[in-house]
Design a protein around this ligand. Structure first.
Ligand code: ADP
Ligand code: MG
Length: 699
């Protein structure tokens, strides 16, 4: 039977339609006002909403509720409480109050806080975020919430994101009003994250400790085939994968997540999903859910979904493209070039604000994409390089150049009205060619930030982007605020000219994957922060602390705590990888190698006993090679063990992370090379784990 998708869509979401049906009119209006303007919600309204929510949830099979939040682990957290409450006569009723809806008090002591929350103040608060709709998952009503400490510091990813949306809203509206666009009363950023992932058979996954403990293979010889045939990208879906994707779409649609596009990616066993964009806060929540549902759905199909940035060596890793734009409550996308002069002045101001933001805070953008997993991609000649630059396309660049040189669009596009006002021909969207190597590309009516890793929450990059653009707008505002309306056109032109001169160094339309670009970027004075421990100190640089505190996105304490959490996370990740590698090599791999060479030696001796003149030269060569390699491996494992212990004992967290990067990782790489070479010399049936060939091609 064909499914009725419009009915299925959002069936597990307490969305606007449900609210209109379930809530008394005045309550509905009050709630709407709160979601739209961020005004305070009275308790009696909350009580009324809670009753309706519970009723709806119970009708749809829910027995529990949870405050669903996003601690600094990058994952989501939930603690379930049932609706049941004793009625005093030995029976129960299903209950849920406004207080329970608005506020939760989970014990915060086991979530990372970077020293913000002393353990004697273990209490944390979760606060309902009515701008992101509640939904049902596993018979549980999930209420999106922000998470903070007893004393009000943010302990999650949502709080700073919401603060950044607020500051951008404020600065953008101010600017629009100054430019004469008085109709707009609020501005929102929109986000559409494209999500890459791998699917592999579950039975094979379970045979690899590295995949289980670290999410990636720590070694493994290349399969005879990789991605060189370029036959996987957009290729026809295999039935197992197609069936998984159908199921995934259904599950996401039920949750009101507008999953739109799906296809095979470049690497074998790699795929992508993209939803239709939404407001930033909702898109961030949805992306967390997408990742969760992807994993769960895979289980049902006897598959495992890998979200790690680099599960396999030698083929592409997985990223996440964060498509971002700004739109007004009057329905205008501010990054959409327009034909009318007033609107394209607006477009150019906002475009320039983004360019300036990315140039001024390129280091923060890099920090937002940092993490142990993503370090395998950035600069690794497959993903955008670690250098943050902007692609705007040749034609838009020509326009900026003509503004800089007062030559209005040059020869190619001499479009000018009689008034002298200049208009943008509406060609940009169609002709921005697809530069795949740029980390930050203008794609017609939005920017696409491509540095992100596949497993990362999209909260941080959007928080940085929103705040940095708010700062650009605030500076532009200060430069323009005393200008009369008659002089505005000219003043804006002069402002753009100054800004282009200052920030054009961040614009680069060429191939970002080349050595020449690395050199040129250095000459231009752009950052090239190639590793997480190198990038993270920029988070606490004075200019960046000033930015966040000025806009009320973070307090200084919150920034330093996050810096610490990120470093801790990096060091712990590499420590786990190192220990997993040691365990796999010592407990599985070396015994297999030694058994194999012993059995060859024994066979050779037996053959010789039978036929004394027989040459066993090939066996001898193999035994020698295997024994030497396994000796080398044993020595290196000892070295890795020592260096890991040394790194773990370092008190200073920055130094600890540096040591993991500089000393532990290189030894792991050396070990990987040796193990991969041995692997090619032993029969598959004696290998203690499945090979790359099996993992990548056996679905
Ligand atoms: P690509 O060609 O890079 O795969 P698509 O055109 O498929 O890009 O769009 C990628 C993503 O960009 C989708 O999630 C889409 O919804 C999103 N997107 C489109 N317009 C906007 C916008 N104005 N703001 C944010 N995201 C957007
Ligand atoms: Mg894309």
């Amino acid at each position: 039977m064909p499914k009725d998708i419009p009915t299925l869509y959002g069936s597990l979401v307490f969305n606007d339609k449900v609210m209109r049906n379930k809530l008394p009119k005045d309550v509905y209006e009050a709630l709407r006002k709160t979601t739209e303007n961020g005004t305070h919600l009275e308790l009696d309204i909350a009580n009324s909403v809670a009753v309706a929510m519970k009723e709806w949830a119970v009708e749809n099979g829910a027995t529990h509720f949870t405050h669903w939040f996003q601690p600094m682990t990058g994952f989501t957290a939930e603690k379930h409480d049932s609706f049941i409450s004793p009625d005093g006569n030995g029976e129960i009723i299903m209950e849920f109050s406004g207080k329970e809806l608005i506020k939760g008090e989970p014990d915060a002591s086991s979530f990372p806080s970077g020293g913000l929350r002393a353990t004697f103040e273990a209490r944390g608060y979760t606060n309902w975020d009515p701008t992101s709709p509640a939904f049902i998952k596993d018979r549980t009503l999930c209420i999106p919430t922000a998470f903070c400490s007893f004393s009000g510091e943010a302990l999650d990813k949502k709080t700073p994101l919401l603060r950044s949306m607020e500051t951008l809203n404020k600065e953008a509206v101010k600017m629009l009003h100054l430019l004469g666009n008085k109709e707009v009363t609020s501005v929102n950023t929109t986000v559409g994250p494209e999500q890459e992932y791998f699917l592999i058979p579950k039975d094979l996954y379970k045979k690899r400790r590295d995949l289980i403990f670290t999410g990636r293979t720590l070694f493994g010889a290349q399969a005879p085939k990789g991605q060189e045939m370029e036959d996987h990208y957009f290729g026809a879906l295999k039935p197992t994968v197609a069936s998984y994707m159908h199921d995934l779409d259904d599950e996401l649609w039920k949750l009101g997540i507008p999953s739109k596009t799906k296809h095979n990616e470049v690497a074998p066993a790699q795929h992508e999903l993209a939803p239709i964009f939404d407001t930033t806060n909702v898109a961030v929540d949805h992306n967390q859910l997408v990742m969760e549902v992807m994993k769960k759905t895979a289980e049902k199909h006897n598959l495992v979904c890998l979200l790690h940035e680099k599960p396999f060596d030698g083929i592409n890793g997985s990223g996440k493209h964060n498509n971002w734009s700004i739109s007004t409550n009057t329905g205008i996308n501010l990054l959409d070039p327009s034909k009318t002069p007033a609107e394209n002045t607006q477009f150019l101001v906002f475009l320039m604000a983004v360019i300036k933001a990315v140039d001024d805070y390129a280091d923060l953008m890099r920090v937002a994409a940092a993490g142990a997993g993503n370090d395998h991609r950035l600069g690794g000649n497959e993903a955008p390089p670690a250098i943050v630059s902007i692609f705007i396309g040749d034609e838009l660049e020509a326009i900026l150049t003509s503004i800089e040189e007062d030559s209005y669009f040059g020869k190619a596009h001499p479009v000018q009205l009689e008034t002298g006002a200049h208009v943008l021909p509406h060609f940009i969207k169609d002709t921005t060619d697809r530069n795949r190597t740029s980390p930050f590309a203008f794609t017609g009516n939005k920017f696409e930030f491509r540095m992100l890793g596949s497993s990362a929450s999209v909260a941080n990059p959007n928080m940085v982007l929103n705040t940095a653009v708010a700062e650009s707008l605030s500076q532009f505002y200060d430069e323009l605020k005393d200008t009369t309306p008659e002089e505005m056109e000219h003043a804006v032109h002069e402002l753009l000219k100054r800004a282009i001169k200052k920030h054009k160094k961040v614009i680069f339309n060429g191939n970002g994957y080349t050595e020449e670009w690395v050199k040129e970027a250095k000459e231009r004075g752009l950052y090239n922060l190639v590793s997480t421990p190198e990038a993270l100190p920029h988070f606490i640089a004075n200019k960046n602390v000033d930015l966040f505190t000025k806009h009320g996105v973070f307090t200084k304490g919150e920034i330093f705590s996050r810096y610490e959490v990120l470093l801790e996370n990096y060091a712990k990740t590499i420590a786990i990888e190192s220990k997993t590698m040691q365990e796999m090599l010592v407990k599985d791999f070396l015994p297999a190698v030694n058994n194999y060479s012993a059995s060859i030696a024994k066979n050779a001796a037996e053959k010789k006993a039978l036929i004394p003149n027989l040459s066993t030269a090939s066996e001898e060569t193999l035994v020698k090679s295997l024994t030497e390699a396994s000796n080398a491996l044993s020595f290196k494992i000892e070295e890795l063990k020592e260096v890991t212990i040394e790194a773990e004992s370092v008190k200073d967290i920055q130094k600890r992370a540096d040591l993991f990067h500089e000393k532990v990782l290189p030894i792991m790489n050396e070990l990987k090379e040796v193990a991969n070479k041995i692997e090619t010399e032993i029969p598959d049936m004696l290998l203690p784990y499945p090979t790359y060939g099996q993992l990548l091609f056996y679905i």
